[in-house]
Design a protein around this ligand. Structure first.
Ligand code: C2E
Ligand code: CA
Ligand code: CA
Length: 651
């Protein structure tokens, strides 16, 4: 194909060169024709001048002859004088003729001059002779014959001049005919070449366009199956999500990984494997709806984008149909192959908000389907920790804990009445070398599922108590709250560890609050309560975090040795707009007052909420309105700026 293109490119170039040569030839012909015309015009002008001169000479000879006859008729003195003046009058004509025309004309002029001299000599003789009637006739005859001699020469010259002009004109005619033929030929050749060039150029342009379209297609499609590739899929996912946002529809992404494909490849060879992939591609294409996109992501992995879904369930229905189609035996050559598939489904906006996340979630679900031999799995966040990427993160987290990559930010809590800072909550962050600063939601669930949460909790606890001691030394009396995982409540050694850390950091137990959730108690209430009581006995304060979101708040509150409840931020953020949320906040405050518990409102984001909480008598507020969680150094600056350098906790 390339060879053909380069060939035709050479042809196109050659025809352009010949065309240029043709144009040059035409221009040359035009120049030649102009020069020839100029020459012909000059030649005609000269011929006319020469002809005129000969004519004048002829006339003058006649005039002299007439004057001679008149004089000889009368011998009158006046006639004689007039006659004498006329004689030799044609000499200037002969002189000028001598400088005109070609060599032939000059010879003829010389002959004519000779004859004219003889003629004028004869006439001079007549003028000077005395009257003699007997000789009149003789003189007249001599004059007439001399005149006739001149006339004869003049006529011959005129005739020869005319003949020369005729010959010249015939030459000019022939040349201009040749010129016309040459110009017509050159013009026709140029026209033909122009047509040829245009055809080549048009063909070339079409080929280039076809080639560009083909490369565009290649860049976006899989060569083996002709399906969309990852790039095109990512584009279409983004478009589908944008359309979904506009129309309020769902977007499904199905990820398919063939089961047993590797075995087919290994035992029957890659060629055979390729045939299987092509058959699978054809089956997928035949099963989807118009407007869906089937892509091959590499190896035996396929993806199907389902835009404009009315609900997430529709994606599951399509996935079931696809699985059924893929489980049908594949007939290639003499083999009947059974190739199953593992399918993962993710749906926008149900469980993600970006194209990247949709792809990742479908991948996680597919991996879950494969691992659990489920056939089809829909994405849910609990699958995350089993995904290879998460497994890598888990391995890294272990290293991060030892390498000091887990750092703490502290969010101040304030007395809602006075606005004075009364403590901080320690919130973990992972300063990841590649992913940057990661929030706890990205790695706490991972640590929970990967068995690292206790290690992490102890790390955070130690770090927070160390910081608390440092602040104490700087004169900042800042109690710290640390979030505790349910796993710690199942560990009977946990109270001992807390106690050891308090002693090691020389921090008074009531400077520490442990935040637990109701759900962490529910899973094993007896053991959890046992641990909590021991911790409380140390003098450590206990807070129920995310209060209001658990299952049976009331029943456990009574038994738990707690000192504080933190109303979950979902109620706080909605209390301005929703009567229900405000009622819950109200009820929790009443309940807490009756049980003699401190209440912390978390997620206070604006003045209005702050004022309302203050009016309701909520003790403590925490939220972006007061401050975001800050690294220790920034927190110290912030406190100085607030003018609360000696902040005291609320009793
Ligand atoms: P949490 O204990 O409920 O912590 C409060 C979360 O709310 C923090 O998010 C904080 O940044 C955020 N927040 C504070 N004020 C506002 C506000 O005004 N508006 C909004 N929208 N958010 C606010 P963060 O730091 O991402 O922590 C998320 C969760 O991660 C925490 O929720 C906690 O459950 C967990 N976590 C954080 N650090 C640790 C830890 O060291 N150990 C354990 N086990 N869990 C932790
Ligand atoms: Ca908390
Ligand atoms: Ca909370």
């Amino acid at each position: 194909m390339l060879a053909r293109i380069s060939r035709s490119r050479i042809t196109a170039r050659a025809s352009i060169a010949v065309l240029a040569a043709g144009v040059f030839a035409l221009a040359g012909l035009a120049l030649w024709s102009t020069a020839m015309t100029e020459r012909a015009t000059a030649r005609v002008a000269v011929a006319a001048e020469v002809g005129d001169a000969w004519g004048h000479l002829f006339d003058h000879v006649n005039l002299e002859e007439d004057m001679m006859r008149a004089y000889l008729g009368t011998y009158d003195e006046a006639q004689r004088r007039a006659f004498a003046q006329t004689i030799g009058g044609a000499q200037p004509i002969l002189d000028s003729l001598r400088h005109m025309g070609g060599s032939d004309n000059q010879i003829e002029t010389a002959q004519a001059a000779e004859a004219y001299r003889a003629y004028t000599s004869t006439l001079q003789f007549i003028v000077s002779s005395v009257r003699d009637v007997a000789k009149v006739e003789t003189y007249e005859q001599q004059g007439e014959s001399a005149a006739a001699a001149v006339r004869q020469l003049v006529s011959a010259s005129l005739a020869s001049e005319r003949q020369a002009s005729r010959t010249y004109n015939e030459g000019v005619d022939r040349a201009s005919h040749a010129l016309r033929v040459a110009a017509t030929t050159a013009f026709s050749i140029c026209l033909a070449l122009l047509a040829m060039c245009s055809a080549f150029l048009l063909g070339y342009q079409r080929r280039v366009e076809r080639q560009a379209a083909a490369s565009r297609h290649d860049a976006m499609h899989d060569a083996l199956t002709g399906l969309a590739n990852r790039t095109l899929l990512a584009d279409r996912v983004s478009l589908a999500m944008a359309a979904g946002r506009r129309h309020g529809t769902h977007v499904g992404l199905i990820l398919i990984d063939l089961d047993g494909f590797k075995e087919v490849n290994d035992t029957l060879g890659h060629k055979f494997g390729d045939l299987v992939l092509q058959k699978v591609a054809a089956r997928l294409n035949a099963t989807i709806r118009d407007g869906d996109t089937v892509a091959r992501l590499g190896g035996d992995e396929f993806a199907i984008l389902l835009p404009e879904l009315a609900s997430g369930e529709q994606a599951t229905t399509i996935a079931e149909r696809l699985l059924e189609v893929l489980r049908r035996p594949i007939d290639i050559e003499q083999y009947l192959l059974e190739v199953g598939a593992s399918i993962g489904i993710a749906v926008y906006p149900t469980n993600c908000d970006s194209a990247e996340q949709l792809l990742q979630n479908a991948d996680i679900a597919m991996y879950a389907a494969k691992r659990g031999h489920l056939g089809i799995a829909e994405y849910d966040s609990s699958q995350n920790s089993h995904h290879p990427k998460q497994l890598t993160l888990l391995a890294e987290l272990r290293r991060a804990l030892e390498g000091g990559e887990i750092v703490l930010h502290y969010q101040p809590k304030a007395d809602t009445g006075t606005g004075q800072i009364c403590g901080v909550e320690a919130l973990a962050r992972w300063q990841h070398p590649l992913h940057g600063l990661m929030g706890p939601l990205e790695f706490i669930p991972l640590a929970e599922q990967g068995g690292l949460i206790e290690l992490l909790t102890i790390h955070v606890l130690a770090e927070a108590l160390d910081q608390c001691r440092k602040w104490g030394r700087e004169g900042l009396h800042l109690p710290v709250a640390v979030n505790i995982s349910s796993k710690c409540l199942a560990d009977s050694d946990f109270p001992g560890k807390v106690s050891a850390l308090l002693s090691a950091n020389e921090v008074a137990p009531d400077m520490l609050t442990l935040e637990i959730t109701e759900t962490s108690v529910i899973s094993n209430p007896d053991q959890a309560l046992n641990v909590l009581r021991q911790v409380r006995a140390l003098g450590v304060r206990l807070s129920v975090d995310d209060f209001g979101t658990g299952y049976s708040s009331m029943a456990y509150l009574q038994d738990m040795p707690i000192t504080e409840v933190k109303i979950d931020r979902c109620f706080i953020s909605r209390m301005n707009d929703e009567d229900q949320s405000r009622a819950i906040v109200h009820a929790v405050l009443d309940l807490a007052r009756n049980l003699n518990l401190q209440v912390v409102a978390e997620g206070v984001e604006d003045q209005q909420t702050w004022d309302e909480l203050s009016a309701l008598g909520c003790d403590i507020s925490q939220g972006f309105f007061f401050s975001k969680p800050l690294p220790p150094a920034e927190l110290a600056d912030w406190i100085t700026r607030q003018g609360a350098g000696r902040a005291q906790p609320v009793a």
